[in-house]
Design a binder for this molecule. Structure first.
Ligand SMILES: [Zn+2]
Length: 375
């Protein structure tokens, strides 16, 4: 049973993929945003860098992208049609791929040709042929229309759902994807830390476990499986380095690589798995198109320089989802919602699109605190 949950709310468009009830992928984009992936531009070649085997392409909007040269005779000043295949990140422009018939005779000013709406971007990223059901919260019409246009086989799977993201189990599973730690069945844990050039993954043994050989190997095996799931669900790409627990004897590297290979076989990010180094580190890479989920659902923290916190738009959308659920639960009752001030301020901007409730801004609440109930 594979189920896709979709909702275009006042603050965000959300998509969640559930396999047999387990959340295996999630994404949210701010409502009204222009997602990078899939944008198309008419660009002008600004500079060909033979050493990089790539060209810098002006896209207009004071933006330059990098277009790898596939032996094409690109020259400075030429006009090319391109698509964004990786978001700009850390001061680097977007990575581009050529569109068919990419070199256009004549010179035209750089311009954006097309950009997917958040609804379309999520549907394209999440829709797969093995889906059994698509539950859509709110208005199903835009999703149906998109499905008919791009994925006609999936259109009959769409069903309306009143509040697909109000379920506390789903909310808990989504928050778990944003936490740096993954609990392992034996009591150990896998800790993921996003550094600038790579994601560092550390494996900890359960505090209560004896440092026995079998406990160590079992924890490593669990960590390898958890990592395979986390990479996909949290959309972690680029280089990952895993510090597995030290195992005595030989064969640990091959065993762990085998587990990772098996568990990532159908990952669209196509991970490549290196070998265990002399110091017990395993390197792997996964296709990177965007920063990880936890980063994308965050915003710069106004209180700690360089720090990030959960984004207001995302928390407001979560509050809207919960409010719809509570309004069903307490029909006819007046509701009160308490949340941090910036989240409440956002909610107030869309009060006409939400069930009626009294909003209470509570400074000093935890960032993710939210309480809703009858007055
Ligand atoms: Zn902070």
């Amino acid at each position: 049973m594979t189920r896709l949950l979709l909702q275009a709310g006042p603050f965000a468009v959300q998509a969640a993929w559930l396999s047999d009830g387990e959340l295996t992928a999630y994404d949210a984009l701010p409502a009204g945003s222009l997602p990078w992936l899939g944008r198309r531009y008419l660009g002008r070649v600004a500079q060909v860098e033979a050493a990089l085997r790539a060209a810098f392409v002006e896209l207009g909007e004071a933006l330059q992208g990098l277009l790898p040269l596939a032996g094409a005779g690109l020259k400075e000043g030429m006009t090319v049609a391109v698509e964004v295949v990786r978001e700009p990140e850390a001061g680097k422009g977007p990575l581009l791929a050529p569109l068919p018939d990419r070199v256009i005779a004549g010179r035209a000013a750089p311009a954006r040709l097309a950009a997917p709406e958040p609804v379309e971007a999520l549907l394209r990223a999440f829709a797969r042929s093995d889906l059994t059901e698509i539950l859509v919260g709110g208005d199903t019409a835009p999703w149906r229309a998109l499905c008919r246009r791009h994925l006609p086989d999936l259109a009959p799977l769409i069903r309306p759902s009143e509040a697909p993201f109000a379920d506390s189990a789903i909310e808990e599973a989504i928050f778990a994807l944003l936490a740096p730690e993954v609990a392992l069945p034996s009591g150990g844990r896998l800790v993921l830390e996003h550094a600038r050039a790579m994601t560092v993954c550390d494996v900890d043994l359960a505090a209560a476990a004896r440092q026995g050989r079998s406990a160590v190997a079992a924890t490593n095996d669990e960590a390898a499986l958890a990592l395979a799931r986390a990479m996909r669900a949290r959309d972690i790409g680029g280089l990952l380095v895993v510090d597995f627990l030290k195992e005595r004897g030989r064969g640990a590297g091959e065993r762990l690589r085998g587990i990772l290979r098996g568990a990532t076989a159908d990952d669209p990010g196509q991970p490549r798995i290196g070998s265990l180094s002399a110091f017990g580190l395993l390197e792997l890479t996964r296709r990177r198109q965007r920063p990880p989920l936890a980063w994308r659902l965050g915003e710069p923290c106004p209180h700690c320089p360089g720090g990030r916190r959960l984004a207001g738009w995302w928390l407001a959308e979560r509050a809207a989802a919960r409010l719809r659920g509570e309004a069903r639960h307490w029909p006819g009752r007046a509701l009160t919602l308490s949340a941090p001030p910036d989240v409440v301020a956002l909610l107030a901007t869309a009060a006409d699109r939400l069930p009626a409730c009294e909003l209470r801004a509570e400074p000093g609440l935890a960032r993710d605190a939210l309480s809703i109930g009858p007055r």
